[in-house]
Write a protein that binds this ligand. Structure first.
Ligand code: SAM
Length: 214
């Protein structure tokens, strides 16, 4: 499938073999092994944007199945274009709002969740929309394996401080926590940069990261 000469991201997505189509999403819980054709662990990125991080991860870890989730068709299109250039059998996409994440994964079906440079939603009244909020942690709690981990990176310090404050009330603990990922020689080893990470770290912004568990 070539994207050249095709206008309309929704139409492209509807015809794309890398995307689990919306009409089929409700059938996904408990069936990801069948979708990928193997029983490898499932790692997901929520709000993947143009998909550089998850595409690189999928290339580097062929024994892990990756699912990239993105709300907007026009953005997902860019991740699809990367797959066109380099097709990877262990990467699929979902176009959906993460609020419905519990509708597409079964209980304990996911081994790792990545949140990278999530939208900050700075107004207090929008706090529930922040992907590391306690409301979202509750959703992740159900789909994540008991030994599963969630990783979050951002250069937005107020958002990161908020995310750290949400952990205790939601029953999660930080296993790794840094306010300067790129300045930590141990933690930065093997770090895969996202599009936003490259942009903001090149401007001199320190990158915060946590890895959490229940
Ligand atoms: N993760 C990428 C990176 O680090 O380069 C993109 C970061 S961008 C700031 C945040 C992305 O998350 C956007 O593409 C946005 O559309 C997506 N997003 C925000 N809220 C979402 C939600 N509730 N469900 C799915 N995607 C969402």
């Amino acid at each position: 499938m070539r994207l050249r000469n095709i206008t309309g991201s929704r139409e492209v997505i509807a015809a794309c073999p890398y995307v689990v189509q919306e009409v089929l999403q409700r059938q996904c819980p408990g069936t990801w092994g069948r979708i990928f054709g193997n029983s490898h662990p499932i790692h997901i990125e929520i709000g993947m944007g143009k998909g550089r991080f998850i595409h690189t991860m999928a290339r580097e870890h062929p024994d892990i199945n990756y699912v990239g989730i993105e709300k907007y068709s026009s953005v997902l299109l860019r991740a699809i274009q990367k797959m066109e250039q380099e097709e990877l059998p262990n990467l699929k996409f979902l176009r959906m709002d993460a609020e419905e994440i519990g509708e597409v994964f079964g209980t304990g079906e996911v081994e790792r969740i990545y949140l990278n440079f999530s939208d900050p939603w700075p107004k207090d009244r929008h706090a529930k929309r922040r992907l590391p909020s306690r409301e979202f942690l509750k959703r992740y709690d159900r789909i994540l394996k008991p030994e599963g981990r969630l990783e979050f990176k951002t250069d937005n310090r107020p958002l990161f401080d908020f995310a750290v404050e949400e952990l205790d009330p939601a029953g999660w603990k930080a296993e790794v926590l840094t306010y300067d990922l790129h300045g930590d020689p141990d933690l930065v080893q093997g770090n895969v940069m996202t599009e936003y990470e490259e942009k903001f770290s090149s401007m001199g912004n320190p990158i915060c990261k946590y890895v959490i568990r229940r």
